[in-house]
Design a binder for this molecule. Structure first.
Ligand SMILES: C[S@@+](CC[C@H](N)C(=O)[O-])C[C@H]1O[C@@H](n2cnc3c(N)ncnc32)[C@H](O)[C@@H]1O
Length: 285
């Protein structure tokens, strides 16, 4: 999908640099779902899998678990296939599928559908609902869909401030901006409820962070987003970005310098769970 920053053109190493572990930390929490827990006899869909971050986290806990990893981007799927080979994962299959249309997958198939940061794209207000309806359909009774979403992406404001220092009379890019409404936990809960899970839905906050081994590395990693956020800047302007960005990152409210030179920027996410129990159509009184 062309509107996402994680489109076919984004290489996976860029993905790892830009995310700086922030989706991995959320994935590690999602796979620890307690009811029902993931076991070696589960069948998991890693939906909008990217380079296979959720798959990796499941495999760390349960190497035998059967997983289907799907994404719309063929380059992401290639990346999962490479990791499957390199890490000698067993029971992992892949497919290039759209979260909004999983019609290749039969009803009542999976024990768990995990979708880490994969239910939102800008300019498509029905994206999340379509995706959740599909998750509900393909889950077995007794299964659960675990879905995450951002509550904030603190680092983006360092880019906006940098842009304003360089081009003070221009609005910074809104390429990656999300409607504040979709960053609310209540938005995610509504998608899960309305997507078919009804009263069998729950959302909670979860803290994560983007990190790097040094501030310099963090700046370099963040520069991966420069073509999107600083589009059209000339060479002279671009040459001023790094030192300003470096300073703006250190001013962020969640910026932390850790022992040994590593740095991180705290971020907040939401983790939602929908359980398919079979009683979702009951009207609450
Ligand atoms: C933010 S990344 C999340 C990746 C991964 N789940 C993780 O834990 O890091 C979003 C992913 O959604 C994929 N994506 C975007 N639109 C999609 C769609 N319509 N159907 C399936 N995947 C899609 C992108 O290619 C990208 O890999």
């Amino acid at each position: 999908m062309s509107t996402s920053i994680f489109s076919k053109t984004a290489s996976t190493s860029n993905y790892e640099r830009m995310t700086g572990n922030c989706t991995r930390i959320v994935a590690a929490e999602m796979v620890r779902i307690k009811s029902p827990s993931i076991t070696s006899s589960s069948y998991v869909l890693d939906n909008a899998c990217g380079p296979g971050i959720v798959t990796e986290q499941v495999k760390l806990l349960h190497p035998e678990t059967k997983i289907l990893a799907t994404d719309l981007s063929p380059s992401m799927i290639e990346e999962v296939q490479k990791r499957t080979e390199n890490d000698k994962w067993t029971n992992v299959k892949t497919d290039t599928l759209d979260v909004r249309d999983l019609s290749k997958l039969a009803d009542n198939t999976f024990t768990h559908v995990l979708t880490n940061m994969g239910i939102y794209v800008p300019n498509d207000p029905n994206f999340a609902l379509q995706a959740i309806k599909e998750m509900y359909r393909i889950l077995r009774i007794g299964g659960a869909a675990v879905t995450s979403m951002w509550a904030d992406r603190v680092w983006l404001s360092a880019f906006s401030k940098t842009a304003m220092m360089i081009r003070p009379h221009e609005e910074p890019s809104n390429m990656l901006r999300m409607d504040p409404e979709v960053l609310r936990g209540s938005w995610l809960l509504k998608q899960i409820e309305d997507g078919g899970f009804g009263n069998n839905a729950e959302v909670r906050p979860f803290a994560t962070s983007v990190s790097a081994t040094s501030l310099e590395e963090l700046v370099e990693n963040m520069m991966v987003a420069a073509p999107l956020l600083l589009k059209g800047y000339d060479e002279e302007e671009l040459s001023r970005v790094k030192p300003i960005l470096k300073e703006e990152l250190t001013k962020l409210r969640t910026y932390e310098a850790l022992e040994g030179g590593a740095v991180r920027i705290g971020m907040k996410s939401w983790i939602g769970v929908g359980w398919k129990k079979g009683d979702e159509k009951e009207v609450p009184l």
